[in-house]
Ligand binder design. Structure first.
Ligand code: NAD
Ligand code: MG
Ligand code: MG
Ligand code: MG
Ligand code: MG
Length: 330
């Protein structure tokens, strides 16, 4: 046991989108951070270049008070069984950034461990960038198992260390985080948004409009609208768009998100709640991801991507992160 419970030693397993951001933020917050990666693996060079002493996942897990499992969800069950469970010290804390494997019974943690969730509601690059400018990406946290009596405190300490508690950190459950996260990315943020963009673009192009004009209208401008939603909700958007746009929004939006679309959203949610989606994804991964890879390739080869690549080539600034305010807002 470590004597200083306010600064636990933390092992970060995986150095991808979330792993890198968590490791850098926690180190900058004063924690002793060890990164556990497969020797010679694709991201171990990156972690070493960032100044971390890279250990094997087993070494990192053995020496830590908190072990954060930030590898892809589908590799976590085997990693837990073969490496993490045998290595972790008695009474240590196992931490996830998504509740999938615990909620769907793919990982059944050792009974002596604390088991918590700290899930930033944003991609890793933003978790790092917001931290660097003194802000934070909102996070939710949960406790699945509390053997030490201080599991919630450990989750909150970690949450603060990555900058997630600078926002309103909300307590949730593994079930709620898993089901809402999957629903959000499937129906709205990723699946819903990209299919909306592609279908809108195809509708204009099939009707004979220029693909470049359709790209600006259906993809590029979406950021400007989302920025307004992010800053001030739908109220803010209405303040900035024209009356004509507002009238079109209010009367035509429901043509697209009609009763059928709402019924499909309910179907998505039901398949998440009853485990259909999880079983399908686990089986797909076990079978070598053939269907997943084919679907992804079709997305990458969609003609909007070719048009976008050309147009973005003329907007070099898009490759840089947006300029940040000199001082963080109070
Ligand atoms: P990622 O795919 O970006 O990175 C995975 C890392 O794990 C890489 O460093 C990879 O080399 C390493 N890795 C892969 N297999 C490994 C193995 N067998 N042993 C050790 N290391 C291995 O992953 P990610 O998108 O950051 O996701 C990590 C977790 O965070 C997941 O639980 C995910 O659901 C959750 N999450 C992700 C995001 C996001 O924006 N990407 C947001 C919230 C939560
Ligand atoms: Mg999410
Ligand atoms: Mg997710
Ligand atoms: Mg317009
Ligand atoms: Mg207009």
């Amino acid at each position: 046991m470590t004597s200083d419970t306010s600064k636990p030693t933390i092992a970060i397993l995986g150095y991808g989108s979330q792993g890198r951001a968590h490791a850098l933020n926690l180190r900058d917050s004063g924690f002793d951070v060890r990164v556990g990666l497969r020797p010679g693996g694709p991201t171990s060079i990156k972690a070493a270049a960032d100044g971390f002493a890279v250990q094997t996942p087993a070494e990192a897990a053995a020496g830590a008070d908190i072990v954060a499992v930030l590898t892809p969800d589908m590799v976590q069950p085997q990693l837990y069984r073969e490496v993490i469970a045998p290595a972790m010290r008695e009474g240590a804390c196992l931490l996830f950034a998504h509740g999938f494997n615990v909620h769907y019974g793919q990982i059944e943690p050792r009974a002596d461990l604390d088991v918590v969730l700290v899930a930033p509601k944003g991609p890793g690059a933003l978790v790092r960038r917001e931290y660097e400018i003194g802000r934070g990406v909102p996070a939710v946290y949960a406790v699945h198992q509390d053997t030490s009596g201080r599991a919630e405190q450990l989750a909150l300490t970690y949450c603060a260390g990555i900058g997630g508690a600078r926002q309103n950190a909300i307590r949730t459950t593994f079930k709620e985080e898993t089901e809402t996260d999957l629903f959000g990315e499937q129906a709205v943020l990723c699946g819903g948004a990209t299919k909306l963009v592609q279908a809108g673009w195809e509708t204009l192009v099939e009707a004979g409009y220029q693909p470049e004009v359709a790209y600006y209208e259906c993809l590029h401008e979406l950021k400007l609208i989302v920025d307004l939603l992010y800053e001030g909700g739908i109220t803010r958007m209405h303040e900035f768009i024209s009356e004509t746009a507002q009238y079109g929004d209010l009367t035509r939006g429901p043509y697209v998100i009609d009763d059928h679309a709402r019924a499909q959203m309910k179907k998505i949610l039901t398949e998440i709640q009853d485990g259909t989606f999880a079983r399908q994804w686990i089986a797909e991964y076990a079978a070598g991801n053939g269907n997943y890879k084919a679907l992804k390739q079709a997305d990458l080869e969609h003609p909007i991507e070719e048009v976008g690549k050309r147009l973005r080539g003329a907007m070099k600034w898009l490759e840089q992160p947006a300029p940040q305010p000199a001082a963080a807002p109070a």
